[in-house]
Design a binder for this molecule. Structure first.
Ligand code: ZN
Length: 822
């Protein structure tokens, strides 16, 4: 048992220096805390007895009751079990909840302010945040015990499935910062299945976070035209007093979230101490890239990178905005989350999660050079599902991004993966800090890109998921924060941080759309709201992607054709003189093969610029469009025609077109030619030389066959997925040469084709591919044409089962047939 007052005094001095600029001078007449004692206790957990703490706090009633507080939670780390799989998840700011204390005979309750969550002024059920046991009280003070995590955080562990009982909940550390009256409580919750989550909980008077006079900027299209034009982030719906006093009552609205730094003060960011020093400058440039906008406004810097997080500061301390560096290699997604006051939108703090994968993506990609789904990709999908299923305090998790590193792989990483990794890191930091500042995604930023004018205007916003080879243009050089002013970002930063003073009448109103609009299928889709696309017309860009395979002279912006990229693989070979022995020579052949495979993969099956991805997105062009989203200046018929051509091209392209296949041969010859000039090769006898060159040629041909099989299977499979039935966005009608065409019938016929066991070029179609197509087709059950096809496919499968020559094939076919019967 020890009294912590002395320690606390020192902490207060440190706080004074760190100055996030949020606190204001409004000392309550009586200090909130008059005594605080921390005891060491032991708690029985899954992994045995653990040290924990129990806090005994004496609080002044006058400074506690009737006062508004903000309760905040941040996830530090968690290990969640679901379907026998454990997922590690960390660094998420879970939100700020307006709260009040209420005294019961035996406990002190901390409850959410129900008036914000409900329209009624009378009936406002509150959520319990904490129930602290009451140890004793006087006329002026209460003494309570704090020794467990808030039950409000439990839903984070459980998700929708609350079947696993809670095993333990305890406090790992506590701290009270006097000046800002901030309680910092590190807590843990453990479930009976071993799922564990570690939190930082904070309790602080609301006025310490929300500066006096902080004006809410409504993120509400009906009340604020700026919310129509820009895509802000907000902490969720609140009921506030109607600004229209003549109507009165309360309205449901949303408030844009942003920082409120003191005048002249930048918003400061730190990074966790495990981040390698050699990347700090790239992180700094990524963060401070936002200062190009404050400079343009002739204002002091908007943001500042402060380097490593001070030693004793914990993740989730609301006085620090932290980039959390994770050393996990294949955790392929970065994300940002912020906690904000829902009434004013004032952000207390932000957490940005950056996995090492961003630095490693260049190396890792050329190492695996995969043609199919990667580990990182699977993990990203898992994360996305977890984020969707979790809530805290009835709100969705405030995670604003899930940018996947593997989507950014690019040819430019072939030569220098390290430089590529640094550039990618800087780019993702730039993007994530945008979320921290209150910017939502704008997936229409890249519509500004005109492939015919390659490289001039890439995007109007770094808040799009842009393709790497174009996004690199958002910085002037590798070692700088400088770069072009992106117009949409300039405008929204002015609205959030300079009262919109830099928004001139003649400034263009730029197209914008966020995640909700990208995912929405209510009343149709928005075919121009596409993640990771590029170009003013996504369908046309995808068609160019096919031309990139078949025409050596085609290029799209900075991206050259596949034949010319394959031809250049041989340029990456080292000096022939340096290869002294046969092992070194064989190593070079292996590396050459990987580069060939990876290069083809970038164009066809992996990355954001691959046909697999772009074609799947282009299928949106065949569906019904949401009213008002398709620009009147564009030609809808030709857009649908291009989308349809994408489908037709994808179905007729089953292997690399002639130009790419020839380039493959040429590159093979170039490798053999280079090898012949090496010391190692010349040291071999004639028979060994012939044997080796024959082997190389044979293996190069086999690799080409593998690329054809796997990469194009992946391309088609992505399309079958994209043809799923959607109630809200069915396939539309189209005019082809004046004739009406039912696109749903076209889609169903394509799915029927996809279920044939052989390809047009007589190759075998994988049963995995057939399964995906069948799952999509089954979604159309009840539609006459689909039912007919399904019954036809059923008969066909039954026959294949009878003719099957081995047990595992028969099993695969049976499971397909069972899908139909279900
Ligand atoms: Zn994002």
């Amino acid at each position: 048992m020890k009294n912590r007052k002395v320690v606390l005094f020192l902490l207060v001095s440190l706080v004074g220096l760190s100055g996030l600029g949020c606190a204001r001078k409004n000392e309550s007449p009586t200090p909130l805390v008059s005594d605080l004692v921390e005891k060491n206790v032991s708690v029985n957990t899954f992994s045995g007895n653990q040290n924990a703490v129990s806090l005994e706090v004496t609080l002044a009633k006058s400074a506690l009751l009737g006062r508004e507080f903000l309760y905040g939670g941040s996830l530090q780390f968690s290990s969640l079990k679901e379907d026998n799989e454990t997922t590690a998840l960390m660094a998420i700011a879970l939100g700020q909840f307006p709260a009040r204390f209420r005294l019961n005979p035996n406990s002190l309750l901390l409850e959410t302010d129900g008036s914000l969550a409900f329209e009624s002024d009378v009936n406002q059920p509150s959520r319990l945040i904490h129930e602290f046991p009451l140890l004793r009280q006087t006329a002026d003070t209460v003494t309570i015990a704090i020794n467990s995590a808030s039950p409000l955080l439990d839903t984070f562990l459980w998700g929708e499935n609350q079947t696993v009982p809670k095993r333990a909940s305890w406090l790992r550390s506590s701290q009270f910062v006097e000046g800002s009256e901030l309680f910092l409580l590190e807590s843990s919750v453990e479930l009976a299945d071993g799922s564990l989550a570690e939190f930082m909980e904070t309790i602080q008077p609301r006025e310490k976070i929300v500066p006096k006079g902080a004006q809410a900027l409504l993120n509400d299209k009906e009340l604020n035209p700026l919310a129509e034009r820009f895509r802000f982030l907000d902490p969720g719906k609140v009921f506030i007093a109607n600004p229209d006093k003549s109507v009165g009552g309360k309205i449901a609205t949303k408030v844009a979230q942003r920082f409120f730094p003191a005048p002249g003060e930048p918003i400061r960011f730190w990074i966790t101490r495990n981040a390698p020093e050699k990347y700090l400058n790239d992180v700094k440039n990524g963060i401070e890239a936002w200062n190009r906008y404050s400079k343009a406004m002739e204002r002091s810097d908007l943001v500042r990178f402060e380097g490593y997080l001070p030693e004793n500061v914990k993740v989730g301390d609301p006085r620090y905005n932290i980039l959390v560096w994770d050393t996990v290699q294949d955790a392929g997604a970065a994300y940002a989350s912020s906690s904000a006051d829902p009434i004013t939108g004032v952000i207390s703090h932000t957490l940005v999660y950056i996995p090492l994968a961003w630095i490693n993506e260049g190396h890792a990609f050329w190492e695996r050079a995969q043609l199919t789904e990667s580990k990182g990709e699977k993990r990203s999908q898992k994360l996305a599902a977890l984020f969707r299923s979790r809530t805290v305090g009835g709100r969705a998790l405030p995670v604003h991004c899930l940018d996947r590193s593997h989507m950014h792989v690019d040819l430019q990483s072939r030569k220098s993966p390290e430089e590529f990794g640094r550039s990618l890191l800087k780019g993702v930091v730039f993007h994530e800090i945008g979320h921290s500042l209150g910017l939502a995604h704008n997936f229409k930023g890249s519509l500004a890109f005109d492939p015919e004018q390659g490289g001039k205007t890439t995007t109007t916003s770094v808040m799009d998921y842009n393709q790497y080879h174009e996004e690199a243009g958002t910085f002037a050089r590798l070692d700088t924060a400088d770069g072009p002013i992106l117009e949409y970002d300039r405008q929204i930063i002015s609205v959030l941080y300079n009262e919109g003073k830099d928004l001139k009448k003649e400034d263009p109103e730029l197209p914008a759309c966020d995640d909700e609009e990208a995912d929405s299928e209510e009343g149709g889709v928005d075919p121009l709201c596409v993640r990771y696309d590029i170009g003013k017309n996504p369908a046309e860009r995808t068609l160019l992607g096919f031309a990139l395979l078949s025409d050596s002279n085609q290029n799209v912006g900075r991206l050259a054709s596949l034949p010319s990229s394959l031809a250049r693989v041989a340029e990456l070979l080292p000096e022939a003189d340096s290869i002294k022995d046969k092992e070194a020579l064989e190593e070079q052949f292996k590396a050459w093969k990987k580069t060939m495979r990876g290069t083809a993969s970038i164009y066809i099956s992996s990355s954001a610029s691959s046909l697999a991805y772009l074609s799947s997105q282009a299928m949106r062009g065949l569906r019904v469009f949401k009213e008002g989203v398709f620009p009147e200046s564009s030609d809808e018929v030709s857009f649908r025609e291009q989308s349809l051509q994408v489908l037709e091209n994808a179905l007729s392209t089953e292997s690399l077109p002639a130009a790419s296949a020839e380039a493959w041969q040429k590159s093979t010859d170039a490798f053999v030619g280079w090898a012949m000039g090496t010391v190692a090769f010349n040291g071999l006898d004639e028979a060994a030389k012939t044997e080796l060159t024959d082997l190389w040629k044979k293996e190069a041909n086999e690799l080409l066959a593998t690329v054809n099989e796997i990469a194009f299977t992946r391309l088609r499979t992505r399309i079958w997925e994209a043809l799923k039935h959607s109630e809200g966005a069915p396939f539309s009608f189209h005019q082809r040469q004046g004739e009406a065409m039912d696109l749903e019938a076209v889609v169903l016929n394509a799915l029927r084709e996809a279920l044939k066991p052989t390809l047009k070029n007589e190759g075998k179609r994988s049963n995995e591919e057939r399964k995906t197509a069948l799952e999509s087709l089954i979604g159309y059950k009840g539609i006459e044409q689909a039912d007919r096809i399904l019954s036809e496919i059923g008969d066909q499968l039954a026959q294949e089962i009878r003719e099957a020559k081995d047990a595992s094939l028969r099993q695969e076919l049976r499971s397909l047939l069972n899908l139909i019967k279900k």
